[in-house]
Ligand binder design. Structure first.
Ligand SMILES: Nc1ncnc2c1ncn2[C@@H]1O[C@H](COP(=O)(O)OP(=O)(O)OP(=O)(O)O)[C@@H](O)[C@H]1O
Ligand SMILES: [Mg+2]
Length: 601
């Protein structure tokens, strides 16, 4: 982070404002006009002193015209400024909207491997806080800097016309200011970057503890979490103080000092001229004009430097956003080619597939399977044997280091993305519910899906009855993470959601693990009813769910150890599947014994 140059992100910001070129240009032109009107003031004042005050020539009509012009110019300049400021605010709002949409869309398209590394709270912080800092940049910083630079340039030009030697003295302010800003940058950049990082850590810690609240409270870890949070917070405070200290020491005081030095120099050079020759009438007017102009140069320069603090923050924010946008959104090494056909049959063929999340540590070894369209395939194996990983590969979340997967005779990665997502359904191991109504959770924003289709899917998933029993039926809102339904019910809703998409291929990861036996039997029947129409690949710890499968794949430490129908695998002496089934039968017998025990006694 510290080696990062925030200024590289300027391109990103300009990009977001690109469609606003016209209003920006118009705004700049108006600001030039405003600066011109303001520069007029001291010149008019000088004219009053030289032509009226000193000669004692009080021509009422002329003086009235002078004053009216001064007033009008001042008023017009103020009004133009105000109008341009609100125009800039509009540009800022729209630019940030665009940027935020772009970042969010980008995050949605990132490969799953990215989310293995990412911390959710920090991501959220980037999409919200950091883009908001960019908003500040547009609305305040750029406006003030643009306006101030124009005023400085205009004032220096007017000075050059009055007396170019004095103007040069005043102009030394500009390089001095650049020096101050560079010094400031050096001092505060690391602190600013650190503050932002800590702020997103705070967000991340918050989000994590909210998500894991039950575990947190149950394990009485609340105290430890609070302490950790407190220390991050304290660090954030210290880092912010370091930042503010750089502001306090460098920005305003240094420039105020410059201002005083400048005044002294200018007054001194007027004094010298007086020593050389007597102070003429012309010089008094010039002195007045110059002193007014100095104030007009110094104030905008101070404004510019003050904005540097903000600019620094915005640039750091922008560079965080830029890094996120630079995350490669190619879902795989053999990037999705998108030039194949949509999935029509749903037959899968896996050829000599090997894969590891870390290529050095393979999780799957040489898997070879053929899954005919419309068949039901079960995957079993002990915990960590690679079942979910195999599904992830079939879902294109990752791509394998070796071997290939084909669907309907073409490479899996050739299927256009939208067509692929339309054709597959997934009931994941940890179902995810949105904080929305049950209906919306099943429909999942699919265009043109009817109420009847949603209910049909829910019936097929055996979820209809319990949904009807909810307070508002299908309109019942679920809490974040689906807090108001049980885990088994959550699985049924996830199942309904997958079925509502009428997939050609349905993937189930432990979809029945939390459901009672009676409902599980019904779900199995529902799956059986899909036979011949939908290819179903189901991972099951509960072996009864896949008893009727056309073939069962038994994974052992990432290798395909056995493969065949239930009957065939049961016939294997000392087979892994047979052992698993026998163990499970034993367990069930045990638990039945337990439930009978009280009646027996
Ligand atoms: N996102 C990941 N990044 C790195 N390693 C992972 C990731 N997900 C899983 N693994 C590793 O890959 C191996 C296989 O995990 P996988 O989730 O496929 O097992 P599984 O068979 O589905 O187990 P379970 O029955 O417990 O769900 C495990 O050793 C696990 O540690
Ligand atoms: Mg798993």
């Amino acid at each position: 982070m510290s080696t990062e140059r925030p200024w590289q992100s300027v391109g990103l910001l300009l990009d977001a404002a690109r469609p606003e070129r016209r209003p920006l240009l118009q705004g700049a032109l108006w600001l030039v006009a405003a600066a011109g009107l303001e520069v007029l003031g001291p010149i008019l004042g000088k004219r009053y002193i030289d032509h009226h005050l000193l000669p004692g020539r009080y021509d009422l009509a002329e003086i009235a015209t002078l004053l009216a012009t001064m007033l009008l110019a001042g008023w017009a300049a103020t009004w133009i400024r105000y109008a341009q400021l609100s125009r800039m605010a509009g540009v800022a709002r729209r630019s940030v909207l665009r940027l935020r949409e772009r970042v969010y869309a980008h995050v949605l398209a990132l490969p799953m491997a990215f989310f293995d590394r990412a911390i959710t709270g920090q991501l959220v912080s980037r999409v919200t806080n950091d883009t908001e800092a960019v908003n500040q940049l547009y609305r305040q910083v750029l406006y003030v800097m643009l306006d101030s630079s124009i005023v400085v340039a205009g004032t220096l030009t007017a000075m050059a016309f009055l007396d170019w030697r004095l103007m040069l003295i005043v102009a030394t302010l500009v390089p001095a200011m650049v020096g101050i800003i560079l010094g400031y940058q050096k001092l505060s950049a690391p602190a600013v970057a650190r503050t932002r990082q800590l702020r997103s850590d705070i967000n991340a810690q918050m989000a994590e503890s909210m998500a894991g609240m039950a575990v947190l409270q149950a394990s009485s870890a609340a105290g430890r979490f609070a302490a950790r949070f407190e220390s991050t917070n304290a660090e954030h405070r210290l880092s912010r103080i370091a930042e503010l200290r750089a502001n306090a020491w460098l920005l305003r005081p240094a420039l105020d000092l410059m201002n005083v030095l400048l005044l002294v120099t200018v007054i001194y050079s007027f004094g010298r001229r007086e020593l050389v020759g007597p102070l003429g009438a012309i010089e008094v007017g010039l002195l007045y004009a110059f002193l007014s102009y100095i104030a007009r140069v110094v104030e905008p320069l101070i404004q510019i430097t003050l904005q540097f603090g903000q600019l620094q923050q915005a640039m750091v924010a922008a560079s965080r956003v830029r890094k996120l946008l630079e995350e490669d959104d190619h879902r795989s090494m053999d990037a999705i080619r998108q030039d194949g056909q949509p999935i029509t049959q749903g037959g899968l063929r896996i050829h000599d597939l090997s894969f590891g999340y870390d290529p050095a540590r393979p999780v799957l070894h040489h898997i070879d399977v053929s899954i005919p369209a419309g068949s039901l395939v079960g995957i079993v194996g002990h915990t960590g044997s690679g079942k979910s990983t195999l599904l992830s590969l079939l879902l294109r979340f990752y791509s394998a280091q070796q071997g290939r997967i084909e669907v309907d005779g073409q490479p899996l990665h050739a299927v256009p993305d939208a067509a692929f997502r339309d054709a597959v359904g997934l009931v994941p191991q940890e179902p995810f519910l949105m904080s929305a109504s049950v209906h919306d959770n099943i429909a999942m924003g699919r265009p043109g899906i009817s109420e009847a289709q949603v209910q049909a899917a829910a019936r097929a998933a055996r979820a209809h009855d319990f949904i009807e029993a909810l307070p508002q039926g299908y309109a019942t809102r679920l809490g974040e993470g689906g807090a108001r339904v049980s885990t088994g019910q959550r699985q049924l809703i996830a199942m309904a959601r997958a079925l509502a998409g009428s997939p050609r291929i349905l993937f189930l990861d432990e979809a029945t693990s939390n459901i009672d036996s009676a409902t599980e039997r019904q779900v199995s029947e529902a799956l059986a009813a899909l036979h011949g129409r939908v290819t179903v690949v189901a991972i099951a710890h509960r072996l009864s769910t896949i008893r009727a499968a056309d073939q069962i794949l038994v994974l052992n430490h990432g290798r395909l150890q056995e493969q065949g129908t239930h009957e065939k695998l049961m016939a294997l002496d000392g087979g892994l599947y047979r052992r698993l089934v026998e163990l499970q039968t034993l367990e069930e017998a045990d638990s039945q014994d337990l439930s009978r025990a009280p009646q027996a006694g």
